[in-house]
Design a protein around this ligand. Structure first.
Ligand SMILES: Nc1nc2c(ncn2[C@@H]2O[C@H](COP(=O)(O)OP(=O)(O)O)[C@@H](O)[C@H]2O)c(=O)[nH]1
Ligand SMILES: [Mg+2]
Ligand SMILES: [Zn+2]
Length: 310
């Protein structure tokens, strides 16, 4: 039978068939996905085929080719990757300037990764209700920075129901992935978009305390206005690690565009003469924060340095 993976706990997955039946399936230990070495061979968003054995247990036996997938680097030092979700149309990246502070490098790494997989990202700057007047201006600067680059950006307060109006239209009939650090309001947003989802929300301090023993599974929800939303455990350490140095600039849109004007076609915008990117940074046409994030990703070869950033 065929179906869509709507929940993944690590030990079993729920698969929904076209007929709407949800079947709990196991993934065989020796299941190997065509060449991908991953700690999570089957993920939410995958289309799979499965089979029931005589005891009534269902097993996944194939995964359809993925249109795309979102990956994160493994926490341990094995070179295995961890695929978070597959067949995603759009990412909602929830970030906050307070409680907690989302690092700009994290945002830019996320954007670059999504760019590499050609998945559009909408940035949701949440918890605006907590901000002072000055911090609000900071939020607006950030929103302008990213919308100038071409990212759809919203400033919201999910709890106060501010700035959310455009979301249903944006998400209609799409498969969206909810992403962002822990505590930024993803579950709160999910509960607003999917009344009855019943996702647990937790103040940051509690989330940290309970984080040690709560199960972390990924789940897909149907949006009442059409479309689907995927909620995944924290994306700590999110980012790619297999970009070539020359490739990194391709995933920073404005750096890529301006970089066409560099004297050398293989310029990586660090210290080459005639670098249009560094000139644009100096003139303030490319944000210094974006250029810093770019340099940070260039430095990725050093693993320990990468992990300290989060
Ligand atoms: N003040 C304020 N608190 C919010 C907002 N959105 C979420 N929260 C709170 O922040 C905490 C973390 O939210 P949660 O949705 O659990 O974050 P998640 O870890 O990203 O799923 C909870 O106490 C939420 O009620 C908001 O817009 N403003
Ligand atoms: Mg949550
Ligand atoms: Zn250059």
């Amino acid at each position: 039978m065929d179906g869509l993976v709507i929940k993944n706990t690590g030990s079993w997955v729920d698969v929904r068939t076209d007929g709407g039946e949800v079947v709990r399936c196991k993934v065989k230990g020796n299941f190997r996905l065509k060449g991908i070495r991953s700690t999570s061979p089957v993920v939410v968003g995958d289309y799979v085929t499965f089979e029931r054995n005589s005891e009534g247990t269902a097993f996944i036996n194939d995964i359809c080719d993925r249109r795309n997938y979102i990956i994160r680097k493994s926490i341990n030092l094995s070179k295995q990757s961890h695929i978070l979700a597959a067949n995603v149309d759009v990412c909602l990246l929830v970030v906050t300037l307070r409680e907690p502070v989302t690092s700009i490098v994290f945002i830019d790494r996320f954007l670059a990764t999504a760019e590499a997989y050609s998945i559009p990202v909408s940035i949701i700057i949440n918890k605006v209700d907590l901000l002072s007047a000055e911090e609000k201006e900071e939020a607006e600067r950030l929103a302008k920075l990213y919308s100038d680059i071409g990212y759809h950006t919203l400033i919201t307060s999910v709890t106060k129901r501010l700035g959310l109006e455009s979301l249903p239209d944006l998400l209609k009939d799409k498969t969206a992935l909810l992403a962002g650090n822990s505590g930024v309001g993803k579950s709160e947003l999910l509960n607003w978009l999917v009344p009855g989802a019943g996702a647990r929300t937790a103040p940051i301090s509690e989330a940290h305390l309970s984080g040690m023993h709560t199960t972390t599974f990924s789940e897909m929800y149907d949006l009442p206005f059409g479309g689907r939303l995927i909620d995944i455990p924290g994306v700590k350490g999110f980012g790619t690690f297999n970009f070539e140095r020359e490739e990194v600039s391709h995933y920073f849109r404005e750096i890529f565009t301006v970089g066409r004007g560099c004297r050398f076609s293989n310029c990586i915008h660090v210290n080459e003469p005639g670098c249009a990117v560094r000139e644009a940074v100096e003139r303030g046409e490319i944000a210094g924060s974006r250029y810093s994030s770019y340099l940070n990703m260039l430095d990725d070869q050093d693993e320990s340095k990468y992990r300290e950033g989060y």
